[in-house]
Write a protein that binds this ligand. Structure first.
Ligand SMILES: [Zn+2]
Ligand SMILES: [Zn+2]
Length: 159
């Protein structure tokens, strides 16, 4: 079943426009230092699509692993060799549908006033590609000290 949902996005000033089509490979949330500094926010939420799903127009600047508009500074998709990473906030539809993060990175840096996303895999550092499917299972990859009772509950299934 091919999903041909097309999502449009842009930078703050509109100088860069882009779109992604279909389902992303994965959707995540990152609390790492780079994501904080680059966004100015306390974490970044992003989705990764195959490169062929991506179209764009406009002039893009890059710094390290980030792409942004040279006029307004708004984050725009980072193009890698085979995939493109889209910050969810740069998409036009608000709130987005079908783009809930299934994993969180660098959770030790998560602000104390934020909670772990229910059902999202928790990684202490970068994502470990261990072949596990992002099916919403709560893998206890890290021990959180005072553990909640959630680890005693049956694993939750999600669609
Ligand atoms: Zn702009
Ligand atoms: Zn990060």
């Amino acid at each position: 079943m091919a999903n041909d949902t097309r999502r449009s996005g842009s930078c703050l000033c509109g100088g860069i426009q882009f779109s992604v089509t279909g389902d992303p490979y994965r959707v995540g949330l990152c609390h790492c230092k780079d994501c904080r500094k680059a966004s100015g926010s306390t974490f970044s939420a992003f989705a990764v699509w195959p490169l062929e799903a991506f179209e764009t127009a406009g002039i893009v600047s890059t710094y390290g692993d980030r792409s942004f508009c040279p006029t307004c500074g708004g984050r725009v998709p980072l193009v890698r060799e085979n995939e493109v990473e889209v910050t969810i906030g740069s998409l036009d539809e608000v709130p987005t549908e079908g783009l809930e993060p299934s994993y969180e990175l660098w959770v030790n840096r998560r602000e104390h006033w934020l909670q772990p996303l229910p059902g999202a895999r928790q990684f202490e550092h970068d994502r470990v590609d261990d072949g596990a499917k992002n099916d919403g299972l709560t893998a206890d990859l890290i021990s959180e000290g005072a553990e909640t009772q959630s680890s005693n509950l049956p694993r939750r299934k999600s669609a």
